[in-house]
Design a protein around this ligand. Structure first.
Ligand code: IFM
Length: 455
């Protein structure tokens, strides 16, 4: 059985994680350039200064994408590479890089899907208050306009923000990601509101500058997986996914209800009370812009049943449950229930903007990289996604995270997520077994998922 006709097969990466050239060709510093150089912030002092050197090796990387048969590639733009001070002066060599990359992709027959913000925020703007500053949505709108006016004649698919829950909370409240702040919850809600306004303004700019644009965002959040087929457990998993019981923003609908319904979830507003920032009379209208697809990053979920008190209850994982090198549980059903719940709630075609496995891959004595776990992980998840399509969920496409090993934020180069192995000393690329396996999956539009892979 194949995926629906027209389903898009891709892979993804992000600017700071692969580009390198962190201080070249007029690029301004980002908060990640600063943070990764602070002692003790990133595993073993790793930085993205060079990363995969994609800035210089993008032609080789696009050739690898073509070899794998990717139909689409999700990339992100480094804001300070394009606008070193975040606003104002445009850095021509920075913009030229993306111009060349897009042309290279198109000439390889690969459709670019561009994310405007995947966390490398201009340090110059951070020094002006960053996302706390009420001007920050306008800064993002200005940046968006510079990018879309240059690339919009060739790029049709756009995403505004990647995983706002992560850069807002892990970056500004937990301090484990750049910029490394530990702000109070009311400040976090203010940042979150500004990020949503930035999204809305950016969508308006994209619509005004790109003919026939297809626009979304890439959201991450809890996914409840019903512990059984019983309707009570399905409902408990749905409630767990969408209902607010604690002061956390790790719910899809914290971001997507304002974007797609023009309102914050009512239970969250009650719970957060006075911590909420003042909301301007037109704010929700600005945030609530029509979108074309629902982008979601899915790595795992939690098994939920209806508890004795009628409330959702998360089941503890049994001892020895499969986990990735990141210690994330392997829960393939998340790629069934996540898309299904979002489709039910928002009615937009789903794009899996990220999904993949962190592993401890290395080059074997035979010179190849054998990664049977990645193949098995991806096969299990994709079979669940295909089940969602069979059950009527409209699916647009799937982007594997990641095309190549890269700088995994606070984990540095410790976690390898790539279909292509990168030797960070030599910058040599080696497609892993999973790259060849994924090539066959793409070529068959998913039909080969039924065949046990030759391991
Ligand atoms: O590498 C990250 C990516 O930047 C955002 N989503 C999750 C991935 C794996 O942690």
């Amino acid at each position: 059985m194949a995926f629906p006709q027209g389903f898009v097969w891709g892979a993804a990466a992000a600017s700071y994680q692969i580009e390198g050239a962190a201080f070249e060709d007029g690029k301004g510093p980002s908060v990640w350039d600063r943070f990764s150089h602070r002692r003790g912030k990133v595993f073993s002092g790793h930085t993205g200064d060079v990363a995969c050197d994609h800035y210089h090796r993008y032609r080789e990387d696009v050739a690898l994408m073509k070899m794998i048969g990717l139909q689409a590639y999700r990339l992100s733009i480094s804001w300070p590479r394009v606008l070193p001070e975040g606003v104002g002066r445009v850095n021509a060599p920075g913009l030229d890089f993306y111009d060349r990359l897009i042309d290279e992709l198109l000439s390889a027959g690969i459709t670019p899907y561009v994310t405007l913000f995947h966390w490398d925020y201009p340090d110059a703007l951070y020094c002006r208050g960053g996302w706390l500053n009420s001007e920050s949505p306008d800064w993002f709108a200005e940046y968006t306009s510079v990018v879309t006016r240059r690339l919009g004649d060739r790029v049709r698919y756009w995403m505004t923000l990647n995983e706002p829950a992560v850069f807002v909370v892990i970056g500004h409240m937990d301090g484990r990601h750049a910029p490394g702040d530990t702000l109070a919850f009311d400040q976090i809600l203010r940042i979150s509101h500004h990020a949503l306004l930035a999204h809305g303004k950016a969508v308006q700019i994209i619509r005004a500058t790109v003919p026939d644009a297809q626009v979304g965002a890439a959201i991450v959040g809890k996914v409840g997986i019903p512990a059984s087929d019983a309707e009570a457990d399905v409902e408990a998993a749905r409630q767990y996914t969408f209902n607010f019981r604690r002061h956390d923003l790790w719910h899809h609908n914290w971001w997507s209800d304002p974007m797609l319904r023009g309102e914050y979830p009512a239970d969250a507003l009650t719970l957060f009370g006075d911590a909420m920032p003042a909301i301007g009379p037109h704010d929700m209208q600005i945030i609530h812009q029509p979108l074309d697809f629902y982008g979601m990053n899915v790595y795992n979920g939690e098994y939920v049943r209806q508890g004795a008190d009628g409330m959702p209850e998360v089941l503890p994982l049994p001892m020895g449950f499969p986990i990735t090198a990141f210690y994330w549980p392997v829960t393939p059903e998340a790629l069934y229930w996540g898309p299904r719940f979002m489709w039910e709630r928002y009615g937009l075609p789903i794009v899996i903007t990220e999904n993949g496995l962190a592993n401890t891959d290395w080059i074997s004595l035979d010179g190849k990289v054998h990664d049977p776990q990645r193949i098995d992980f991806t096969r299990r998840y994709l079979l669940q996604l295909r089940r969602a399509a069979a059950d009527g969920v409209a699916l647009h496409g799937y982007f594997h995270w990641s095309i190549m090993d890269n700088f995994e934020w606070a984990e540095g180069m410790k976690q390898r997520f790539g279909l292509v192995y990168v030797d960070y000393q030599t910058q040599q690329r080696t497609p892993k077994d999973s790259a060849y396996w994924y090539r066959d999956v793409i070529a068959s539009n998913g039909a080969t998922l039924d065949q046990p892979p030759a391991l």
